[in-house]
Design a protein around this ligand. Structure first.
Ligand code: NAD
Length: 387
C-alpha cells in the first residue's frame, strides 16, 4: 500500500478484517507499506499491521512478495504509481478520483487493459458501491422494482471547510487534487448515479464556485480532512485556493432519465451526507450515508391508501455482504465498505474475473468531471460527455 494516512488507515482496516470475516479463496497478507518519511512510515506499519516499510514506491513495486499494489495517495501520483505497478505485473487498487485529468485516466485504463490480457486486474476505489444498502438498491433496480427511471438525485454534503482559517492542504490545490469538492465528493456522486442507473451520464450543465479564495499556508501536517493551521510561511502567510469549493450540476442519461448533483464542503451541519434518491415509474428508493444501514423504498404499484416510503433495515443475512456479519439489526459502518471492497477484489483475482468499478469506469467518471468543469467555465452551457 502506498500512503498511510486517512485512506491508508481505512484500507488497512479492510485488508486486516476481510479474511477473518469472509471465507476467501486467497488470504491477503499485508506485506509492505510505503511513505516518504522513514520514521513515520515505520510507525504506521506497526500501527496498521504491515510487515515491512518502504520509503520509495518504486522499491515497493519491485518487491517479489507484493502481488497487489493499493494506491492511497493524492491524485497527482495515481497515474504514475498505478501504471508502473501494472507494468511490473502487479494487480492494482487505486483510490478515487482515478486521476487528476482525463488524459491520465485514459493512460491508466490503457495500462489496465494491457495488464488484463496478462491476467492482472485493476479496480477503482469507489467504496460506496459496497455499502450494503447501495448494493441492495442496485439489485432492486436491476430486478425492475423501480421500472423506467425518471430521476436520479445525488448530493454529497460536508462542512469541514466552512472556517476560512482552515489551512491550504493538498485538497485545495489543483496540482495535487485535480479539482475540489467536484473530484473529491462529486466523483462518488457520479459513480453512484452511473452504477445505480446502469448507464453513463450523457451530458451536463454546471455551476462551480470557490467561496474562500485564500487560506493560511499549512504550518503542520495534514491528514484526511484535518490539518494543523497556519500561518506557515510566505509573505502574507496566505495562499490561493485553486479548486472549487462547491459544484452543482444537472445531467441527462441516454435513456431519458434526468439527474441532479450537488457536491460541497460548505453545507453547515452536514458531515458526510451522501444522499441518493431515484424515482421510477414503479417506485422510488432513497438513501443517506449518515444512516447507512437504512434504505427507503416506495412501491408505487401498491394501492395509494397504504403506499408510502418504508424503511428497509439492511442487516438481513440475504442482503448484500451481510451473510458474513452480525445478527439482524446489529449494524455496519463506514469502515466495512473497505472490507467489502477488499472482498470483491480478492475474489476477482482468485477467479480471474474483471472487478468493478474498473479503471474504465473511473475514466468515465473523470470524463463527467471534465465536462462539468468545461460547462461551468462556459456559463453552464450543456456539455456532452464522450463515452
Ligand atoms: N473512497 C473514499 O471515500 C475516500 C475518502 C478520502 C480520500 N479518498 C481518496 O484517497 C486518496 C488519498 O486521500 P487521503 O484522504 O487518504 O489523503 P491523506 O492526506 O490523508 O493521505 C495521503 C497519503 O499519501 C502519502 N503520499 C503522498 N504522496 C506520496 C508519494 N509520492 N509517495 C508515497 N506516499 C505519498 C502521504 O504521505 C499520506 O500518507 C485521494 O485520492 C482521495 O481522493 C477517498
Amino acid at each position: 500500500m502506498v500512503g498511510y494516512a486517512f485512506m491508508g488507515a481505512a484500507h488497512s482496516q479492510g485488508w486486516r478484517t476481510v479474511g477473518r470475516v469472509f471465507d476467501l479463496p486467497l488470504t491477503p497478507r499485508l506485506a509492505a507499506v510505503c511513505g516518504r518519511d522513514g520514521q513515520a512510515v515505520r510507525a504506521a506499519a506497526d500501527r496498521l499491521g504491515w510487515a515491512a516499510a518502504e520509503t520509495d514506491w518504486r522499491a515497493l513495486i519491485a518487491r517479489d512478495d507484493v502481488d497487489l499494489v493499493d494506491v492511497c495517495t493524492p491524485g497527482d501520483s495515481h497515474a504514475e504509481i498505478a501504471i508502473a505497478a501494472l507494468e511490473a505485473g502487479k494487480h492494482v487498487l487505486c483510490e478515487k478520483p482515478l486521476a487528476n485529468s482525463v488524459e491520465e485516466a485514459q493512460a491508466m485504463t490503457e495500462a489496465a487493459e494491457r495488464a488484463e490480457r496478462r491476467g492482472q486486474v485493476a479496480m477503482t476505489g469507489f467504496n460506496y458501491r459496497r455499502v450494503p444498502a447501495i448494493a441492495l438498491a442496485r439489485r432492486m433496480i436491476a430486478e425492475g422494482r423501480l421500472g423506467t427511471l425518471r430521476h436520479v438525485r445525488v448530493s454529497y454534503l460536508q462542512d469541514w471547510l466552512v472556517d476560512p482559517s482552515f489551512p491550504l492542504t493538498w485538497r485545495l490545490q489543483k496540482p495535487y487534487a485535480g479539482s475540489g469538492a467536484l473530484g473529491d465528493l462529486g466523483a462518488h456522486a457520479v459513480d453512484l448515479a452511473q452504477f445505480l442507473a446502469g448507464e453513463p451520464v450523457a451530458g451536463v450543465s454546471a455551476l462551480t464556485e470557490t467561496f474562500v479564495r485564500e487560506r493560511p499556508l499549512l504550518a503542520g501536517a495534514s491528514s484526511g480532512l484535518s490539518a494543523a493551521g497556519g500561518p506557515g510561511g510566505g509573505e502574507s502567510g496566505l495562499g490561493q485556493v485553486t479548486v472549487d469549493d462547491a459544484a452543482l450540476f444537472t445531467g441527462r442519461f441516454a435513456s431519458g432519465a434526468l439527474a441532479s448533483f450537488e457536491a460541497t464542503r460548505f453545507a453547515t451541519g452536514r458531515k458526510n451526507a451522501l444522499k441518493v434518491e431515484l424515482n421510477g415509474e414503479r417506485g422510488s428508493l432513497a438513501f443517506d450515508l449518515e444512516r447507512l444501514n437504512e434504505l427507503f423504498f416506495h412501491d408505487h404499484t401498491e394501492p395509494g391508501v397504504s403506499a408510502g416510503f418504508r424503511r428497509i433495515l439492511v442487516t438481513e443475512p440475504d442482503h448484500p455482504y451481510l451473510e458474513a456479519w452480525w445478527p439482524p439489526g446489529h449494524g455496519l459502518g463506514y469502515e466495512h465498505t473497505f472490507a467489502h471492497q477488499a472482498h470483491d477484489l480478492v475474489r476477482a483475482i482468485a477467479e480471474g474475473t474483471a472487478p468493478a468499478p474498473s479503471f474504465a469506469d473511473g475514466l468515465q467518471v473523470q470524463r463527467v468531471l471534465a465536462a462539468v468543469e468545461e460547462s461551468a467555465a462556459k456559463n453552464s452551457v450543456y456539455t456532452p460527455v464522450p463515452v
